[in-house]
Write a new protein. Structure first.
Length: 254
């Protein structure tokens, strides 16, 4: 077992206030004639977490990539802690993003990748921070090239990459995919502590149990639009799955 302690940037502690950590206003995104996002609007205050539920192909990944300023919307505005990440690229340094691709160099070891990313983010001691991130996610074989690692270990390395600069905003697309029970429990514990200290989370998933592990509010993405919000306090998996199915039917009927 690895021991670890949660480390968060000073910016998280000072983030509380009227400015949302993440906001989207009337966001639209299309691929050709296919409208994937239609007028999306959300606000995520510091210390909160929202889950975006929806089946595969609903547009959850597109929404997270737009929020992370990896895709430009055709209309609408995105703000990260009040800053436009397109006009002010430094705002992207506040984001930790995990998508379907690990965004790691396959020929480098996990440690080498993390040291590189830590240095690019201006972390004072990249070697120590890389070791901390590996310990946090319980990453074994950290000295092996990423290309020879199992899917589960690559997912742990991708999570470590998103956390290595200790960002105040996490945008996570199916972050529990490929994790074993121990790793999933450790990461869920980290997310709870992260939020309790002012961090903001947007979690995309199609599993109700994963939504309950990280978020306090849920939405369903249906036909490019969000249905919700649904507070998750005192909800269990069965109740959330029931709401998820009902919200999906209601969204399609609109």
């Amino acid at each position: 077992m690895y021991s670890y302690r949660v480390m968060l940037p000073d910016a998280v502690a000072s983030a509380a206030g009227p400015c949302p950590a993440v906001s989207a206003v009337d966001v639209w995104k299309s691929y050709g004639r296919d409208r994937v996002l239609r007028g999306i609007g959300i606000e995520v205050p510091p210390g909160s977490g929202i889950a975006i539920l929806g089946p595969n192909g609903a547009g959850k990944s597109t929404l997270l990539r737009v929020l992370a300023a990896l895709l430009r919307p055709v209309r609408g505005a995105v703000r990260i802690r009040g800053r436009d990440p397109w006009a002010d690229p430094a705002a992207r340094g506040s984001i930790g993003f995990v998508g379907h691709e690990p965004m790691l160099y396959g020929g480098l070891s996990a440690l080498e990748n993390l040291r590189l990313f830590a240095a690019l983010y201006g972390v004072e001691d990249p070697r120590a921070r890389a070791a901390w991130a590996c310990d946090l996610v319980g990453l074994a074989r950290r000295d092996d090239p990423v290309r020879v690692l199992s899917r589960g270990l690559v997912q742990r390395a991708a999570l470590a990459r998103a956390l290595v600069h200790r960002p105040p905003v996490l945008l996570l697309d199916e972050p529990f995919a490929g994790l074993d029970l121990d790793a999933a429990a450790r990461f869920a514990d980290y997310l709870r502590t992260f939020r309790s200290r002012g961090g903001a989370l947007v979690l995309a998933t199609h599993h109700a149990a994963e939504a309950l592990r990280g978020a306090d509010v849920a939405y369903v993405l249906v036909d490019g639009r969000l249905t919700g919000p649904q507070p998750l306090v005192r909800m269990d998996v069965a109740a959330l799955e029931g709401w998820y199915r009902s919200a999906g039917r209601t969204g399609r009927a609109r």
